[in-house]
Write a protein that binds this ligand. Structure first.
Ligand code: 4NP
Length: 162
């Protein structure tokens, strides 16, 4: 048993939104000197991109802000993740629905949340899928992920004693 607090970020493909959320959160955790306190991972509800590196547009956008996500590889969310992680953060409502669909016995719903519930700015609680859009969409995703992740870390420190 590990006493680390484990966080899993989940989107559809695990090549845009959840990799950048994983990378940004990891970066902020490192900057806070809390690396040993967390297990951090990401996954996609879909299998199309399994094994692939993050989308080069997301990697570029993150790199321009000092966050390296280039070494990540996509994997699919699996039922066991429901048990394994303390907090499972969906990027949008469709991801949330797909994750909860795997929770057949309705056991783990309490630890599955929309990531942007922690966003201090008003919005629809979702990180929009940038895949079919232009560079601005990727910059927008980075900005909202960075802001939300910082608030998430603050909240975890305050409420969970991490
Ligand atoms: P992500 O973006 O869920 O943020 O990784 C997407 C990546 C790929 C696809 C959709 C969304 N796709 O349809 O292939």
């Amino acid at each position: 048993m590990s006493d680390q607090f484990s966080v899993l970020f989940v989107c559809l493909g695990n090549i845009c939104r959840s990799p950048v959320a994983e990378g940004v959160f990891r970066h902020q955790v490192e900057e806070a000197g809390l690396t040993g306190a967390f297990t951090i991972d990401s996954a996609g509800t879909g299998a199309w991109h399994v094994g692939q590196s993050p989308d080069s547009r997301m990697t570029k956008s993150a790199a321009s802000q000092g966050v390296d996500i280039s070494k990540q590889h996509a994997r699919q969310f699996v039922e066991e993740d429901l048990e394994r992680f303390d907090l499972i953060l969906a990027m949008d409502k469709s991801n949330l629905h797909d994750i909860l669909y795997l929770d057949k016995e309705d056991t783990f719903g309490h630890k599955v949340k929309l990531f942007r519930e922690w966003d201090p700015e008003p919005g629809d609680f979702q990180v929009p899928d940038p895949y079919y859009g232009g560079d601005e969409g990727f910059r927008n995703v980075f900005t909202m992920v960075e802001r939300t992740s910082q608030a998430l870390l603050g909240s975890l420190k305050a409420h969970y004693g991490v």
